[in-house]
Design a protein. Structure first.
Length: 256
């Protein structure tokens, strides 16, 4: 039994290391398309969707988990909120800081493990996340969400945008992985080796065997969020024709 436990921990640590390595290699090319998206009409639709869930008339403290190249942090800073973006990958954070300087906004970026947040209890009015939670392994996801719950103020909201990318991999849909560097959504510069590594990581995750977003909402309720819900149509509303047929984007939200 002890040997099995040690093997499970070793496997989880290996996956986390592979995820970080993958995004370190992908950071620059990933950011090319994210900057295109920032300059497109998609960004305004993102803002409208997020603002719909936020209280009006005050500056909010917002934590963006897995901020990557700072997309959400920049969008929300542009409308006056105080945003802290965290990510494990230093290469992503370098791109994020360069982007913030380019767009003349001032979110704070920190390299941090979302399972061990270095913030006091009830520090944030909202926590956002975009395409991150499917990269979290088994029990680590529970710890991440417990930490999210801890740092949210009473009445604060989690907005988790994600997709069932395992379905996309199983259906061998790679259309969004081979776009030009002028497109507003998807991935450019993905080598066959990186594409294979991404598919392998995705199918290694326990989340790949869950029915999402139904499982996500139930999970939030079980760990103590007072209210929760999901919207499976948010991808069509925001991304429109860019939303993936085999992995449509969804929103799962939870109120502390």
């Amino acid at each position: 039994m002890k040997g099995t436990l040690n093997m499970d921990i070793s496997n989880m640590n290996n996956i986390e290391s592979r995820v970080q390595s993958y995004w370190t290699k992908r950071a620059h090319n990933f950011n090319i398309v994210r900057k295109n998206e920032l300059n497109s009409s998609i960004s305004e639709r993102w803002r409208e969707e997020i603002v719909h869930f936020l209280p009006e008339g005050k500056v909010l403290q917002i934590l963006d988990v897995g901020t990557g190249t700072g997309y959400f942090a920049i969008l929300l800073s542009q409308i006056g909120h105080q945003v802290t973006g965290i990510d494990l990958t230093d290469a992503m954070l370098k791109e994020a800081r360069d982007n913030a300087a380019l767009y003349q906004v001032h979110p704070t970026f920190q390299q941090m493990d979302a399972q061990k947040l270095a913030f006091l209890d009830q520090s944030f009015d909202a926590v956002t996340s975009n395409y991150v939670y499917h990269n979290i392994t088994g029990k680590d996801k529970q710890q991440l969400l417990l930490e999210t719950l801890r740092v949210l103020k009473k009445g604060g909201i989690l907005l988790n945008f994600d997709a069932d990318y395992a379905s996309n991999v199983r259906n061998q849909n790679t259309s969004a992985s081979h776009i030009s560097d002028t497109e507003v959504y998807g991935h450019c510069g993905v080598t066959p080796e990186l594409e294979q590594e991404n598919a392998s990581i995705t199918l290694s995750m326990p989340m790949s065997r869950k029915q999402r977003p139904y499982w996500d909402q139930e999970f939030l309720e079980n760990i103590g969020f007072s209210r929760s819900g999901y919207d499976p149509s948010v991808g069509q509303n925001i991304l429109k024709e860019h939303d993936l047929k085999d992995a449509p984007m969804f929103l799962v939200w939870g109120v502390r």
